[in-house]
Design a protein around this ligand. Structure first.
Ligand code: 6R9
Length: 654
């Protein structure tokens, strides 16, 4: 598509109606909104019936002690049984649950029957190590099937897991082990990234040398790379030695719906990490329902692929719990999108005939940067629904995704949610909503979300403010692990009786919701609030820009000055006039007040592994400060590269 026609598309504020065939056969239709509105709790009680309960719940929500919710509290179930055994019992044992694709090209097809055997053996193994219901297990693994098996084994015996993303350092691992007081750590010798083995076990050894980790009795090590690994006798045990000799049968015990399922620490911010606590029945109900509704999953025919890491909440909810509860067949890929070549993802889509793809805007923008010709070499015609999560997706990236990956056929669902919400909250439905590039649009059936001003008044259509959730939802966090007060202070104190998500948002003239980034990132320029997302979107709408990150740096004249870091598209050159051209482009789109004071072309941006730009670090650079905590960065050398570009960097001053 030419850039002109793209610009025109956006100007028209075009909407994309659902494809007729998808709409006609959609899992969820417009009627669901009405039904949920008329009886929200009745609606969720009905969704809970997607699960197999040992004891059916009779009470949907106990909200007698807000904001501490109890969903389905007198119900009892086993989460792993719901994700695995019941499908085998239903005769689906031979259905592939996971098509695993290792980075080096090794593959494994794991059926539901295989998964059941693996999970049972792992559950028996943990039991042999003395893990009991309620004990915490830390999991520090690459993207290999054992990660899902380990999670489900924990769920099966009622031991809450705490995944620590494999890219995190020993520091991050140690604080998480300490905070959760873990008893066992499950790790691997390493995993493959960018064509090379990357070790994991040394970080575990290092973390366990710190005080406060003494309660870790055992480290279970999956052999993935075969590289040499230091060993602590009596503590370390190979997964294959321990798990393989276990019995293939294990009777799942039912737990209360509010039994803790996992703790997941939110990353990126300063201070002590927050251990977000999720429980069983409500969480599984909403992940299963949203996976069914938002992706229109047809488990008999779809091949689903979520590219997230299991160490991120998206991996918990939309690789493990939601899809497996629904009996889906999915792809799991270990490595990076450009190993051994930049078409690897599209090759995987072609190979497995993936029908539903769920990824992050950062990945989409990276593919835009690499060029349209790369996906064009592959047959992507199997795709029928595309999803996005993690950050606001700017309209250009949205259109690029729909056009170059979805062949202009597929709906794109932009799904807003958080670690804290546990499951998708605001999103189009692919068979119902006429989608709008760049907007997450509407709360799902059964979800109550709106935008409010400083005084907690709902803003009218066309105005901006803060995104809040006005009613409890089944997969909501129950607290911050060990710190109820922090739970209250962080989420429930800014607005009375409303959950404050920390995101800025606006409602357009149709009442559709647009996310504008974290409120901490909003800039104040000469008395005007300007969202980083909007300036970034304006920059990316310029044909030479692939990706942009914008921050406000303290400025004596204007309170804050807008500083932009941009990655140029494959072919664009960093010539003389470029910075002025970009500044004027933003001024034309958003008005002169939003014109960046400085623009710096860079090769990479600092990101967390889940793809979120760490603006805090860019602010440090823009304000000439020493860098803050970089432990959750994917690649900390990125910051050196950016700093190296600073001297003589073009700063177009007015
Ligand atoms: C699932 C996940 C949560 C924060 C959230 C928001 C941003 C996520 C988004 C989005 C705009 C979307 N975010 N999805 N912003 N549009 N579709 O990302 O969880 O890692 O906890 O991050 O991510 O700022 O508050 P988590």
């Amino acid at each position: 598509m030419s850039n002109e026609s793209l610009a025109n598309l956006l100007k028209e504020e075009r909407r994309f109606a659902p494809p007729a065939e998808l709409a006609a056969n959609a899992n969820v239709t417009a009627e669901a909104y009405e039904r949920a509105k008329a009886d929200r709790l009745g609606f969720w009680a009905e969704q809970a019936r997607r699960l197999s309960w040992e004891t059916e719940p009779t009470e949907t929500l106990d909200w007698s002690n807000p904001p501490f919710a109890k969903w389905f509290k007198d119900g009892r179930l086993n989460v792993a049984y719901n994700c695995v055994d019941r499908h085998v019992e239903a005769g689906l044992g031979e259905r592939v649950a996971i098509h695993f694709e290792g980075e080096p090209g090794d593959t494994r097809a794991i059926t539901y029957a295989d998964l059941q055997r693996d999970v049972c053996k792992a559950a028996n193994a943990l039991t042999e190590l003395g893990v009991r219901a309620g004990d915490r297990v830390a999991i520090y693994l690459p993207m290999i099937p054992e990660a899902a098996v380990a999670m489900l084994a924990c769920a099966r015996i009622g031991a809450p897991h705490s995944l620590v993303f494999g890219g995190f350092s020993s520091d991050a691992l140690a604080t998480r082990i300490q905070d959760a007081d873990a008893r066992v750590v499950i790790t691997a010798d390493g995993g493959y990234r960018r064509g090379k083995p990357s070790a994991l076990k040394p970080a575990v050894d290092e973390a366990l040398s710190r005080p406060g980790t003494e309660n870790v009795r055992n480290v279970v090590v999956v052999r993935r790379t075969g590289e040499e690994t230091a060993w602590t006798e009596d503590r370390d045990v190979w997964w294959h030695d321990l798990v393989e000799r276990q019995s293939e049968s294990h009777t799942p015990q039912a737990f209360e719906a509010e039994h803790p399922l996992f703790i997941l620490y939110t990353s990126g911010t300063t201070g002590k990490p927050k251990g977000i606590l999720h429980t069983s029945g409500g969480y599984l109900t909403q992940t299963a329902y949203t996976h069914h509704a938002v992706f229109d999953l047809k488990p008999e025919t779809d091949v689903y692929w979520c590219t997230a890491d299991v160490g991120w909440v998206t991996g918990h909810s939309y690789i493990v719990y939601g899809p497996l509860a629904n009996g889906a067949t999915q792809v799991m890929y270990e490595g990076t999108p450009d190993t051994p070549h930049k078409g690897r993802w599209w090759e995987i889509v072609q190979k497995y005939k993936v029908t539903i793809l769920y990824t992050a805007p950062t990945a989409i923008r990276t593919c835009m940067k690499w060029g349209d010709d790369i996906p064009a070499k592959f047959d992507l015609s199997s795709l029928r629904v595309l999803g996005s999560v993690g950050e606001p997706i700017n309209p250009e990236a949205w259109i690029w995704y729909r056009h170059n990956i979805g062949g202009d056929r597929t709906p794109v669902v932009d799904t807003w949610w958080q670690t804290e919400t546990g499951a998708i909250m605001v999103s189009p439905l692919p068979g119902v909503t006429s989608t709008k590039p760049g907007s997450a649009q509407v709360p799902l059936p059964g979800i109550a979300a709106t935008v409010v001003d400083d005084e907690a008044n709902e803003v009218p259509d066309g105005a901006g403010g803060y995104l809040v959730l006005t009613e409890p939802w089944p997969s909501m966090l129950r607290t911050i692990w060990g710190d109820d007060q922090r739970y209250l202070d962080t989420y429930w104190s800014r607005f009375k009786d409303r959950y404050f998500a920390g995101d800025g948002a606006k409602k357009d003239d149709d009442g559709d919701i647009w996310l504008l980034g974290r409120v901490d990132d909003v800039m104040l320029v000469s008395g005007h609030n300007i969202s980083t997302t909007e300036v970034e979107s304006a920059l990316v709408s310029h044909p030479k820009v692939a990706e942009a990150a914008v921050v406000g740096a303290t400025d004596p004249q204007t309170t804050q000055a807008i500083c932009a870091f941009v990655i140029l598209r494959g072919t664009a050159a960093e010539d003389e006039g470029l910075v002025d051209e970009l500044r004027n482009h933003v001024a034309k789109h958003l008005g002169p007040i939003a014109k960046p004071k400085r623009i710096l072309p860079v090769d990479e941006l600092p990101k967390t592994r889940s793809g979120k730009i760490m603006r805090r670090l860019l602010r440090d650079i823009a304000e000439n400060r020493t860098l803050g905590d970089v432990t959750t960065l994917t690649d900390s050398t990125v910051m050196d590269l950016i700093q190296a570009k600073l001297p003589g960097a073009s700063a177009g001053e007015d």
